[in-house]
Design a protein around this ligand. Structure first.
Ligand code: SF4
Length: 247
């Protein structure tokens, strides 16, 4: 693919998001301190330095505790494998969705189907990569026919997500869709009511937005999702600036 095709594809995606202009604000292009660290990181090093290495150990311990989990009925309703999570243990930004779908169940990685490809584009649209963030779901096994998780399944599985969040210690969490937002915020409000504001979860700031699968069905909401992602990015940048020496 030549540069012109790449540029056309990128601009088409931005247009799909509802972005009708490009900011000339230099702050938007500034590479945060953590991103600069990422660029110069030696091969094999864990992002986030010592904190990332500790988080990697904690995540491995949580995965070991989960084992070949049979704590809820989803283990005997057709799952192929547990889909634990993927990304940087030292991530400052964490995405949390609902449950694995068919593609995720096959590959064992969250958000790899069509919705996952959209999520990847959303991450790249704010100048980041999947390797820099951490992605997980509330539920680790695929519900049959992609039905909604049931309360007993959530009760059995959510403690492992809460431990993942505690291990990673993200600065910002983006809750993808009604289900994740309701679980983390302990509310019954819909995502349409919840989005557009910043909440707190543990030590993190939480930004709810639409699930990418919903955005595929309702592309007119991509503009709202883009606003939410810009909000999440601005929170990350503010935190990085506040933590910078001399600030
Ligand atoms: S959904 Fe969670 S609690 Fe249920 S079997 Fe899978 S890993 Fe265990």
């Amino acid at each position: 693919m030549d540069v012109r095709e790449q540029l056309t594809g990128h601009l088409t995606w931005l247009a799909e998001l509802g972005i009708d202009g490009v900011s000339r604000d230099p702050a938007w292009r500034r590479v945060p301190a953590d991103d600069a660290a990422t660029a110069s990181r030696p091969a094999g090093a864990v992002p986030g330095g010592g904190r990332g290495e500790a988080a990697a150990g904690a995540l491995a311990s949580i995965r070991a505790d989960l084992g070949d989990c049979t704590r809820c009925k989803l283990h005997r309703l057709g799952r192929r494998q547990i889909v634990f999570g993927v990304g940087s243990p030292g991530a400052r930004l964490m995405f949390i969705g609902e449950a694995p779908g068919r593609d995720e169940d096959v590959q064992g990685i969250p958000f790899v189907g069509r919705a996952g490809q959209l999520l990847t584009k959303m991450i790249e649209a704010i100048g980041m990569t999947r390797d820099e963030v951490y992605i997980a779901n509330v539920i680790k096994c695929r519900p049959p026919e992609n039905r909604n998780p049931e309360p007993d399944e959530v009760a059995s599985c959510e403690p492992f997500l809460f431990r993942q969040v505690e291990a990673i210690g993200p600065v910002v969490i983006v809750a993808l869709g009604t289900f994740a937002a309701q679980t983390l915020l302990e509310t019954q409000d819909t995502i349409s009511r919840l989005r557009g504001r910043v909440y707190h979860y543990g030590g993190a700031q939480l930004v709810p937005t639409f699930h990418p699968a919903y955005l595929l069905r309702s592309p007119e909401r991509k503009r709202d999702a883009w606003e939410d992602l810009k909000l999440a990015k601005s929170l990350l940048d503010q935190a990085a600036a506040a933590a910078a020496p001399g600030s």
